[in-house]
Ligand binder design. Structure first.
Ligand SMILES: Nc1nc2c(c(=O)[nH]1)N[C@H]1C(S)=C(S)[C@@H](COP(=O)(O)O)O[C@H]1N2
Ligand SMILES: [Mo]
Length: 336
């Protein structure tokens, strides 16, 4: 097998970081190099990305959902190993929760109706100056990286995904929140013409989620714009979604249109529907059962295995301290 070397010309200046970073050698080696190259070449033939080396952020700007990123953003070595196999892309991209497109897992095709061209995100609330920014302009200002994260759905299944994105803290730095801000509230698009699920009027559309400022600033909180080496496909929440790997999956809101800084605790979509089942905190906790099922174990997608669920989904070292002194708040069943 050919040895893959890091070619300095493949890395754009804005992607060079002082930390020791390296290409995702494991994936490149597993594919024998050939698959990646073939994928990129096919994308070029379809005219979706320009020829030649190109910074990943530029590739994201140039291509729509599913465009192969060439070159790949660098894998952050801190999140290079999730301790489990990465879930097959095929499995993961055909088993999704995205209620805007239906209350079942097979929404991938329906979600293709979402057009992310010219997508903008509004930053408002308690910030120095509210603004709206196009994805293109946003990605010009922020370096991308790859992180392999475990994801645990409240429905007791889990997966492992190679995300491409940037820490939420980088977006917060651009947003310049005021000192009185206590929470970050996220809102998904609302377009019942495109997303038929949003015609189901008994749901409190648009989908909303929220976290505390401290949670948002935590290094694990990731804004995701790609997956499996591609521009984020629609079913994963194109063009930009959140991933909070220590919380139940419903906190990781997709297709974000608005980020609001506020001193009021946001009421999330699922909390609004059933507060006794889906609390604000929603930290993964095998000791607290969902009212209708146990959270002690999880089904690992792509395997026939059930494995024990771990508190904070195994990310306790990074996040447990965020909840020190909040015991009174967690005395009820919302402590998950
Ligand atoms: N806007 C929106 N975001 C959402 C959802 C949704 O229905 N709508 N489902 C959530 C749930 S329950 C999970 S488990 C994850 C699923 O992410 P995936 O389809 O990329 O695996 O997205 C979360 N984000
Ligand atoms: Mo979920």
């Amino acid at each position: 097998m050919k040895r893959i070397r890091k070619e300095s010309w493949l890395i754009s200046e804005n992607e060079v970081t002082p930390e020791p970073v390296f290409w995702n050698r494991r994936r490149v080696l597993a594919a024998g190099g050939g698959l990646i190259a073939a994928g990129a070449a096919a994308a070029v033939i379809r005219g979706r990305i320009p020829m030649g080396p190109m910074p990943a952020a530029a590739a994201i700007r140039a291509g729509g959902p599913g465009t192969v990123l060439d070159p790949q953003p660098l894998l952050n070595p801190k999140f290079a190993d999730a301790g489990r196999m990465v879930t097959d892309e095929e499995i993961n991209s055909t088993y999704n929760n995205f209620y805007e497109f239906g209350s079942h897992k097979k929404i991938a095709e329906a979600s293709m109706a979402l057009d992310t061209t010219g997508w903008t995100v509004a930053i408002d609330g308690m910030v120095e100056t509210p603004f709206e920014i196009g994805m293109e302009d946003l990605l010009k200002q922020i370096d991308l990286e790859e992180r392999i994260y475990r994801h645990r759905c409240v429905e007791a299944w889990s997966m492992v995904v190679p995300w491409i994105g940037f820490p939420l803290s980088k977006l917060m730095a651009l947003a310049k929140p005021l000192s009185g801000a206590k929470y970050v509230r996220f809102e998904t698009f609302h377009d019942p013409m495109v997303a038929r699920g949003q015609r189901q009027h008994w749901y409190p559309w648009p989908y909303v989620e929220g976290v505390t400022m401290a949670e948002a600033e935590n290094d694990l909180s990731l804004m995701v714009v790609g997956a499996y080496g591609k521009v984020l496909p629609q079913q994963f929440g194109a063009p930009m979604r959140l991933h909070l790997p220590w919380k139940y999956g419903f906190k990781s809101i997709k297709s974000i249109k608005k980020v609001t800084f506020t001193d009021e605790r946001p009421v999330s979509f699922w909390e609004d529907l059933a507060v006794q089942e889906y609390g604000f905190w929603a930290n993964v906790n095998p000791a607290v059962a969902h009212p209708r099922w146990s959270q002690a174990q999880e089904r690992v997608l792509g395997t026939d295995k059930r494995v024990p669920t771990v508190r904070f989904n195994g990310y306790g070292a990074e996040v447990a301290h965020l909840y020190d002194g909040l015991e009174a708040e967690f005395a009820d069943r919302l402590w998950r």
